[in-house]
Ligand binder design. Structure first.
Ligand code: ADP
Ligand code: MG
Length: 565
């Protein structure tokens, strides 16, 4: 096998641009003012977009100790936080909930501060930059090499998987670089916690004190990567940023990693340098095996260097990148629904359906996010689609590409929601004089016209035909399939001690045939415990009956005995 080059898919969250340091090369730093703190809404939006684009890492990088800058605090306090690290902790929790692993680089922190953040971070980082005393760091309390080395050492004592690195071309000499690398190597020999070293070329920015500096040359980068390979223990990854350096020409010197690459956010520290797209990345690493990784490297996962609280997230994301292999999800969805996003794939006849963690009810009026919800519904859908295929029913299911991603046949969707009811519940009991829980004399098929804006009105056979949605024959066929699905599912659920009250199906066409599409999950069925009558489905969420994720997990445990959390 060719040598492996790794990378991580991330989103970049600059929680604040305010910083107590003012380095001669920086354009990230801003004075306190409107927009100097990313609002919780903005953070959530970036996290959600990241999760949808298949990212696994939430990179929290922001100014150092902004509280020391006059006028900063009110901008943070308006969101209800009194320190940037407290805010970071809260947003890292959101990241985990949405499905991303936090990695924080907050500049210099004390051991207590790192400990505080360690239950919600899979890894942390601080660039050493250089051990040399350089003019560019004249106005920077936090850039004193001794303090940075002390923090990296504290991280080692705390067993925090750690990222550090050096900055080339800020006024240091080649022998300073050697010394910086040596310091990092020594710390690692003592604590074993350095997972990667970034060798970053400084890119001069117009309008800064150092705008006339030449920056680091290709040659500097190549030599320093070789030097790093010679000095550092082999278990430390050597990373270069592919948006700043000519990766193709530096890779052969010993690079093993390309760092975090984002399909969603820019590099706020070097905004003029866009990330390569994933397919460009593949071209760049021709001759190597390009492999995705998480922000915590595999050897640290195996050693258990993470807090219990983030264990499940790490395991499920490890599974995700493993199953994803080299397949790449395009950044923009073809269609973004209330609970799923649909992406095109390399194959024009196939789509990728991503089951998101969004939960909505009452036509989107109620909306929340639940960790793992996407995977639970995807698992149920996969299970039932396979079961129905085995009964001769044509479904869109092709295969799973990750626990929450299904590859399906591309269908031209029929705008109908086909509902089968065995027991009266929900909207039926509101519209008609029938009590909830009444067992119907036979399974009833009702059909709604799928259109959120019109409130999904009920439609009848004549309308379906005169509106040219389906021909009479097709309609007969759709109803027949719906009833067959009901027979198969009712029998199965009954054996699991569950009553299938009702469910919704969607159909689509491909190559002149009608296929069952969309999903069959706890979102689309009403399920009651046969003995207790307890709900196991979306009603738990709709009517605040308890913990919806526990309910969904209970369904899966009952229907798939080998299902593991
Ligand atoms: P919505 O808010 O419209 O219900 P969802 O969150 O359920 O959206 O996302 C899935 C969307 O993708 C639905 O509109 C559904 O009709 C559509 N869809 C489901 N399966 C397929 C398929 N095989 N081909 C094309 N579109 C599909
Ligand atoms: Mg839907």
């Amino acid at each position: 096998m060719s040598s492996v080059i790794t990378y991580s898919r991330n989103v970049f969250l600059p929680l604040t641009f305010v910083c107590r340091n003012s380095c001669g090369y920086c354009i990230f730093r801003r004075p306190p003012g409107d927009g100097c703190v990313l609002s919780p809404d903005e953070v959530l939006q970036i996290l959600r977009r990241g999760a949808e684009a298949g990212c696994t890492e939430a990179l929290f990088t922001f100014g150092e100790r902004p509280e020391e800058v006059d006028g900063f605090l009110p901008f943070l306090e308006q969101f209800g936080y009194s320190s940037i690290l407290e805010y970071c902790h809260a947003m890292a929790e959101e990241a985990l909930r949405i499905g991303l692993l936090p990695h924080t680089n907050a500049g210099v922190m004390t051991a207590d501060e790192m400990k505080y953040l360690s239950d919600v971070n899979a890894s942390m980082g601080l660039m050493l930059e250089t051990t040399a005393d350089i003019p560019a760091h004249r106005n920077c309390l936090g850039k004193e090499p001794g303090r940075r080395i002390a923090m990296i050492e504290d991280a080692g004592r705390l067993k925090i998987p750690f990222t550090t690195g050096i900055l080339l071309g800020i006024g240091e000499t080649p022998s300073d670089r050697r010394q910086s690398l040596q310091v990092i190597a020594d710390l690692h020999k003592k604590y074993g916690h350095i997972q990667e070293i970034i060798i970053q070329n400084f890119c001069p920015k117009p309008g800064t004190e150092m705008s006339a500096f030449p920056g680091a040359s290709l040659r500097d980068m190549q030599e320093t990567v070789r030097m790093a390979k010679e000095i550092l223990p082999p278990d430390i990854a050597i990373q270069i940023p592919p948006n700043l350096a000519d990766a193709e020409k530096i890779l052969p010197c010993g690079v093993t990693d390309l760092g975090g690459i984002s399909p969603v956010t820019i590099d706020y520290v070097n905004p003029e340098h866009p990330w390569p797209a994933f397919d460009e990345l593949a071209a760049l690493t021709k001759g190597y095996t390009l492999q995705e990784r998480l922000c915590i490297y595999p050897q640290f996962i195996r050693k258990g260097w993470y807090h219990d609280k983030i264990r499940d997230r790490i395991i499920s994301l490890e599974n995700t990148i493993h199953m994803r292999g080299s397949s790449v999800i395009p950044a923009k969805p073809l269609y973004e629904g209330k609970a799923k996003s649909v992406y095109t794939s390399e194959n024009p006849d196939e789509l990728i359906v991503v089951f998101r963690n969004d939960m909505t009810a009452f036509n989107g009026v109620k909306h929340d996010l639940f960790t793992d919800k996407g995977r639970l519904n995807a698992t149920a859908s996969e299970f039932f689609m396979k079961m129905l295929e085995a009964e001769g029913i044509k479904t869109h299911y092709i295969r799973m590409s990750a626990p929450d991603k299904m590859i399906v046949r591309r269908l031209e969707m029929i705008p109908l929601e086909v509902i089968v009811r065995n027991v009266a519940a929900g909207s039926m009991t509101k519209k008609y004089p029938v009590a909830e829980g009444t067992v119907l004399d036979w399974p009833v098929v009702t059909i709604d016209y799928k259109d959120d804006e019109r409130g999904d009105p009920m439609i009848n056979d004549d309308l379906i035909q005169v509106l040219h949605i389906l021909t009479g024959d097709e309609l007969t066929q759709v109803k027949k399939i719906a009833l067959l699905v009901n027979t198969v599912l009712t029998r199965f659920f009954d054996e699991c001690g569950i009553c299938l009250v009702d469910f919704k199906l969607e159909f689509g066409k491909a190559g002149g045939n009608i296929f069952l599409g969309d999903e069959i999950s706890m979102d689309s069925m009403r399920l009651w415990d046969k003995e207790t009558g307890e709900s196991f489905d979306k009603d738990v969420y709709r009517f605040d009956k308890g913990d919806v994720i526990t309910a969904y997990r209970n369904v899966l445990k009952r229907i798939i005995p080998e299902f593991s959390l």
